[in-house]
Design a protein around this ligand. Sequence first.
Ligand code: PLP
Length: 411
Amino acid sequence: MIRINDNYLNLQDSYLFSTIAKKVAEFSKNNPDKRIIKLGIGDVTRPIVPKVIEAMHKAVDEMGNPETFKGYGPEQGYEFLREKIVKYDFESRGVNIDPEEIFVSDGAKSDCGNIGDILDIGNKVAITDPVYPVYLDTNVMAGRSGTYNKETGMYENIVYIPVTSKNNFIPECPKEKVDMIYLCLPNNPTGTTLTKEELKKWVDYAKENNSIILFDAAYEKFIHNDKLPHSIYEVEGAKEVAIEFRSFSKTAGFTGVRCAYTVVPKVLMGYDKQGNKVSLNKLWNRRHSTKTNGVSYIVQRAAEAVYSDEGQKQIMENIEYYMENARIIKNGLKEAGYTVFGGEDSPYVWLKVPEGLTSWEFFDKLLEEANVVGTPGSGFGPSGEGYFRLTAFGTKENTVEAIERIKKMKI
Ligand code: PLP
């Protein structure tokens, strides 16, 4: 008899984006003359920059030449890419990382989801709330959660750490002892991030409690304030307690190309049943090289080109394009009387929905009255209720028009 993984039955239907799609389709059908503007999904719209395309073409040609053809590459990633990552993403910020601590992959989503493979099912998990839903769902799949409570919108045995305007979007370390802590900074969906001092409190907590911080820095390139950390390793001693996830998806428009990496420091230790220290770098290396043959040569050459001077200039132009959209959204909403957060060091703008409305009621109002699609905050966790996410990843024209329409709405 084929027994299934029953934990999957404990998952709540991820109805967020499917419900949005259904509502939008129905509205379109009933209002064929209305042009809907989508500022909901966190996908990029700017094409891949020329320097990266050039590197991809070159790599494609190498694959067609018997002299330069490449078969399987190193599972952890080619040295040329790991070395560039170390130099440009870490050394440049005063952080010393060994190329052997970098594991190149097809996406931060996969890595965030797979990291639990090397960690015990009995670990207690903490997530900030609201947050990117992958951390929670993958732990439910693994069996680290209890059952879902419909009334609270929370799983038992998971520690939810609220990140709302009430605490200025600064998550407080839990009073109880937790083992695995997910931090997403800048945070999807709130668009807020932490200072080095605030981040240090988490590193100190993890050291005191022998916990691990799973730090998702997928949006670090959008940080504009020079004083803010881009990597958790900018906090002294963080290598002993943290794994960091990075992605080329939002940084360089690789959502369709697929390339990311994870940093697992060599000094980072976990404990076996007997309490002996075990290197997580070794375990992740074993897991990675057993379950994947890595990322294609062509894609890794493309990622490498991101670090060239021209590549950096070009990707930053795209990021500035999105950040201009974020400013348009944020300032426009403020003028219209909304309370707005994020959008300064992140492509996400997080707004408080008007008094008396739920996130979903505001979604309907926005769709019907402004023909604009956003994402209800409650879809990212119970503390997201009463908030709403708009993304800066649209075109400038659509962003400007969407905001003009929202300004005309009565609130
Ligand atoms: N991490 C966060 C916080 C995200 O918001 C996303 C995508 O939206 C990802 C990871 C996924 O990254 P990737 O495209 O590298 O899988």
